[in-house]
Ligand binder design. Sequence first.
Ligand SMILES: [Zn+2]
Length: 437
Amino acid sequence: MQTLFRCFLLFAVVGYFTASSCSSQLKKDYVSQVAPIIPADLPTEYATTKGKSPCNDRMNYVPDPEFLDHTPEKKIRVNVHFMLSEKVKNNFDETDGYQFARQILYECNKYLKNNLKMSLPVGNNTPQLPLRYSYALDVDPSTPDGYATYFHRDDELYHMNGTKSKDRNHGSRKVFEKYGKNKGEALNIFMMEPHLDSLTSPTFTVTGRGIAFGNWIKLTAVYQNTRDTTINERGAKLINGRYAQQRTLNHEIGHCLGMAHSWRRDGCDDTPEHANCWGLTGKPPCDGKAISNNMMDYIPVAQSVTPCQIGTAHWTMSNKKRKIRGCLKKTWCTFKKDKTIEIKQDHEWNGAKDIEGHLVVMDGATLTLRCRLSLPKRAKIIVYPKGKLILDGATLENDCGENWEGIEAWSYGNDTGEVVYFNSPTINNARNKITVL
Ligand SMILES: [Zn+2]
């Protein structure tokens, strides 16, 4: 009796892991074959997904606030280049640039972390979800402060002239071709400035702008806009607030993440079309009750990102064909036991995911996988004796050129974790090979 009680206690406290010492033994076997699902067991709603992939629907990448661990955080590696004139200090240089690069990225991440409630449409109840992505300045031991911040003196390439200039060069790729670092593996940010001749012209207005090229960005006038208040010849203030330029940087990186301008049709139902007013003037079309605060509008405070926009970002980052994916820290290539995801109730994963630990389908739960799922080396999928895993056309893999362990089905008494498939799944790189029958 005492033995039985102890056995039960152990079982209750630490679950299956110690239960093997009891009389009814827990068995753990790698699955070597997966059988097709019996048609009668196929839930009727599954028929609707046949023939069209849910993996391309950005809404399937919106983080679920109740299960945030199902959307692992992504980190975008960045480096920063300050483009300087050869003789004049027209931009941050070695005296203040290292600190500024770290500061602006810190401020950008702060905006991302503090996602504001949407101001439009007035009276909306659009959820404020965490973005689950941020930027990390690359390290580079060869620079004085150890971070990937660079200074280039080049009279040909320091300036960026906007669309209205007769010398417009905003679309030129030259600066990236000449000075880009870790191309394809880190997002290169070029801090450019207006031409020095423009700054002395009384008709010129300093305007912060940017342009995104998939995995690199040009910004202009960050230095002009963040210096202490300056007044031009016509008495107009050139300052928008120190570090306020995180608005432009977050906006441009938003483009790299697949987001479009949100004042017009952008493929998202939760970003209303509007007149993109900088302020309320009382005159049409800027006579509404509020101006936008969305990151993808041209507005003073751009600190709101909607669920659909966040979904767009994760959809883009999960897509191996998109350039920005190459700039992500490969967080999914290092196994972290504490990032194990436990599935305790029924879930359908309709978007691609890169997870960082084991995936455990617990008793009473069914997990349906429909898209690409990458697991790190040493990670496995565990299906508890009363758990069920359905592979509905999914691709299981290790996206690091390595392997992952495989699927382990646990048995206890008469129960064995169930793994079934339909719609031809693909299983790659499993160390314990799995054949789809
Ligand atoms: Zn834009």
